[in-house]
Design a protein around this ligand. Structure first.
Ligand SMILES: Nc1ncnc2c1ncn2[C@@H]1O[C@H](COP(=O)(O)OP(=O)(O)OP(=O)(O)O)[C@@H](O)[C@H]1O
Length: 226
């Protein structure tokens, strides 16, 4: 579903952040990515999302459903992102001047899809009857539930989440993650979640650790450290 092939990224200012990273993510799996601060987790998600460009060294470093991101022009990359991806990112926060229903309906509108699923998704995340509320009327946990509904409403094949519960208390975080897991199970989306939280990672099917050496299964890293 998502293939990384010798993906590298350096910023002008410094050393390479990612160096020849290769990994294949399968459809329907929920994977957590952990790793030390500054190792490049957010950079990796931004590259997969097409929000930043990898170093040009490798020919097709990112393939989504077999489509090489590097071969797409800006318009085609935007279309692929809009149709096949869902984001739970701080930078894509719920828009304050739109109602909850309008926020959740946005991916449907942008993709020219019928909008009735927006109300269904709001109900699925426990916010039935709040369609016409505005984001400032919500708690942090409720806001993250709206973000989840919006990320999944258009049935994307790939969901990218960056610290989806970073600013929530442990109980609310657990409820939000439980909901995310239920919804991605129902939709069959491949989900990649970057997190520093062991509790959040425990909700995923498996955990990968990003180090300078690349992405490795958490169990392998634990064994190597012992
Ligand atoms: N736009 C940028 N320009 C220059 N350097 C950057 C840029 N974005 C990130 N970096 C650097 O790249 C490295 C990786 O950053 P990144 O945010 O991907 O790490 P991270 O693993 O997500 O960290 P954290 O867990 O602290 O969020 C850091 O050294 C950071 O300073």
């Amino acid at each position: 579903m998502l293939e990384l092939r010798r993906l590298s990224k350096s910023y002008a200012s410094g050393q390479p952040v990612l160096s020849e990273l290769s990994y294949t993510f399968r459809a329907g799996e929920f994977v957590a990515i952990m790793g030390d601060s500054g190792v490049g987790k957010s950079t990796l998600l931004n590259l997969i999302a097409g929000l930043d460009h990898p170093d040009p060294a490798a020919e097709a470093p990112i393939l989504v459903d077999g489509i090489a991101m590097a071969a797409l022009d800006d318009a085609a990359a935007t279309r692929l992102r809009r149709e096949r991806m869902g984001f739970i990112f701080q930078a894509f926060h719920v828009l304050p001047h739109l109602t909850l229903l309008q926020n959740v309906a946005l991916p449907l509108l942008l993709n020219g899809l019928p909008q009735d699923r927006a109300a269904t998704m709001l109900a699925a995340v426990g916010l039935a009857g709040r369609d016409h509320a505005y984001p400032h009327q919500l708690s942090g946990g409720e806001m993250q539930r709206v973000a989840i509904a919006r990320a999944l409403v258009h049935r994307p094949a790939l969901v990218l989440a960056d610290e989806p519960t970073g600013n929530l208390d442990p109980d609310t975080a657990a409820a939000v993650l439980q909901l995310l897991r239920t919804e991605i199970r129902a939709s069959g989306a491949c989900t990649i979640m970057v997190t520093h939280s062991q509790a959040a990672a425990a909700m995923a099917d498996r955990t990968l650790i990003l180090t300078r050496a690349g992405l490795q299964e958490a169990d392998t890293v634990k064994t190597l450290r012992q």
